[in-house]
Write a protein that binds this ligand. Structure first.
Ligand SMILES: [Zn+2]
Ligand SMILES: [Zn+2]
Length: 167
């Protein structure tokens, strides 16, 4: 969404609110597409003593897959954005400032960037997810699998010895 800021460019104290849905269903993040639900974006741009300040929030429901047990799960993510907007850059070094294009700001770009930077690189369905059994692949969150626990080879030898004696 392009937000036209020309009406408030030179009007200190004036503000333009915004509220829209951002469709990022096609966005690929490390092989998954987490934004299957539209992202709710809202906020405003205010002219503060001739500086344009954007303040807003994106609320997303992420469709993720647990890195440990591979189960799909959903999680909410709220990303806040606060930045300055300007028509021209006076200081080339300052890349915190978002440039306007013909007096408008590209909100899709601003919020897409913020959402992606805010994503965690690992996803767990729960902090204490037990993951999958390395031998049979069973989901250990559902309970123990049928794999026998690794037996100490010395105990195994002893058990065999006792077995022979009892025969
Ligand atoms: Zn998990
Ligand atoms: Zn197992």
């Amino acid at each position: 969404m392009q937000l036209d800021l020309r009406p408030i460019l030179h009007v200190p104290g004036a503000a333009v609110p915004f509220s829209f849905q951002l469709d990022l269903a096609g966005l690929n993040f490390y092989g998954v597409r987490p934004f299957q639900m539209p992202v709710e974006v809202s906020g405003q741009v205010r002219n503060r003593a001739d500086a344009l300040v954007l303040a807003g929030e994106a609320a997303a429901v992420l469709d993720l897959r647990c890195d440990r047990c591979l189960r799909p799960f959903r999680r909410e993510q709220r990303t806040t954005v606060e930045c300055l907007l300007a028509e021209t850059l006076e200081d080339e070094e300052n890349d915190d400032i978002v440039l306007l294009d013909h007096g408008a700001v590209d909100l899709d770009e601003v919020f897409t960037t913020a959402l992606v930077l805010d994503m965690e690189s690992t996803h767990l369905c729960a902090e204490d997810c037990k993951g999958l059994c390395a031998r049979c692949g069973a989901d250990l969150n559902q309970g123990p699998c049928r794999c026998k626990p690794e037996v100490d080879p010395r105990l195994a030898a002893l058990a065999q010895l006792l077995d022979t004696h009892s025969e």
